[in-house]
Write a protein that binds this ligand. Structure first.
Ligand code: ADP
Length: 362
């Protein structure tokens, strides 16, 4: 009888993992056993890439296999042991834990490399636009250092309510919304950093009684600070959208934001270029900041480009007066641009399948 993976598996069951106290088979560490001719190869998953146990496991595995081959009087040739490590990032781990927002199907972060590029404006357009397309949408203003949703959504007109210790989201413009700006004086939040910012964001995200939602969009503070990390450690993200402006000088900031989300383990669903071009009343389009920079950046980073949003004074007015739906009344070219970005996002979110990478180490 030649040695079979099942004999080998039994033999490996005699090796104990000192970290868990279980044998390596029961602990689920043996990922693969292969026999090719007389040669055997074993793949073992460790908890970290630089585990000091590699040499010890290699030796014990070799001894166990030689012992079973002697017992069965079967020749064994080369024995190769390879190691993999669970290298899941913050958000990859969260995606496999219990979801603190089970009512929400997809959670999407909206980020930007720097302030003033129109991140909150785009988050609002996406939220209201997806709701116009029939989705149930929530918008969480996680920009705790400069919350603009109270103004952009006209939340000052709404009364804050709570129920059973939970905040009730505001139902406005066809969406559910919550903002730190409705809970504290905006100036106070400006000085929050580290644990304070983390805890404020956590409370806002998990102590809001969201209804059943297809999408929860989270508007983050610009840059690469504490809040994106808190979000990635707290909520399972379908992915992130990065907002940028067309100028070449803005691209380094956007690139940094992309890298940050990738490091946190959030897939990048795509880039949106805001203030892309101006559409005059006669329908003529003018490239003010050099349209196309966002698309080039997306191509250079191998990311999806979700579309361009024009610049128009009426958008600023819709934001200042808290009437986001009025953006769709400006002109047809702009309404189409908004709808295209929303459709691209929902398509990207549908096809996003965050996987679980493992790293092979020798
Ligand atoms: P961020 O969230 O990136 O700091 P905001 O969304 O708050 O940026 O936008 C900054 C300012 O620019 C706001 O006054 C907003 O109304 C205006 N703005 C953003 N995008 C546009 C646009 N496409 N057209 C006109 N004004 C815009």
């Amino acid at each position: 009888m030649a040695l079979q993976p099942s004999n080998l598996r039994d033999a490996l069951g005699s090796i104990v993992d000192p970290d868990s106290g279980k044998d390596i088979v029961t602990a689920g560490m043996v990922k693969d056993i292969r026999c090719e001719g007389d040669d055997v190869s074993i793949e073992l998953e460790l908890s970290s890439a630089d585990s000091p146990l590699k040499a010890r496991f290699s030796e014990q595995i070799e001894q166990a296999i030689r012992a079973i081959s002697n017992k069965c009087e079967e020749l064994v040739g080369a024995i190769e042991v390879t190691f993999t490590a669970d290298t899941r990032s913050a958000n990859e781990q969260v995606r496999q834990d219990t979801n603190p927002l089970p009512n929400v199907k997809k959670i999407i972060a909206v980020g930007a490399g720097k302030g003033g590029v129109g991140k909150s404006t785009v988050a609002t357009i996406l939220a209201v636009g997806l709701a116009k397309q029939g989705f149930k949408v929530g918008l969480l203003d996680g920009d705790i250092y400069g919350p603009s949703m109270p103004t952009m959504l006209g939340l000052h007109r709404e009364e804050s309510l709570s129920e059973d210790g939970f905040l009730l989201p505001f139902t406005v413009h066809g969406i559910e919304a919550m903002s730190i700006g409705k809970l504290v004086e905006p100036d106070r939040a400006l000085i929050w950093r580290g644990p304070r910012a983390h805890s404020a964001f956590n409370q806002l995200a998990t102590q809001t009684k969201w209804g059943e939602l297809d999408y929860l969009l989270v508007d983050l503070p610009p840059g690469t600070g504490d809040v994106p990390l808190s979000l990635a450690q707290l909520l399972p993200l379908t992915g992130a959208v990065i907002v940028c402006t067309p100028q070449v000088v803005a691209q380094d900031d956007a690139r940094r934001a992309v890298r940050m989300f990738q490091q946190l383990g959030a897939p990048i669903l795509g880039l949106v270029e805001n203030m892309s071009y101006f559409v005059a009343d006669d329908g003529k389009e003018y490239d003010i900041f050099g349209r196309g920079g966002g698309e080039q950046l997306a191509a250079s980073m191998n990311l999806a480009f979700l579309g361009s949003i024009p610049i128009h004074p009426d958008m600023r007015i819709a934001a200042d007066t808290g009437e986001p739906l009025k953006n769709w009344d400006i002109n047809d070219t702009m309404s189409k641009a908004f709808d295209t970005v929303c459709t691209s996002l929902s398509t990207a979110a549908d096809s996003s399948t965050p996987d679980r990478p493992t790293l092979t180490i020798h």
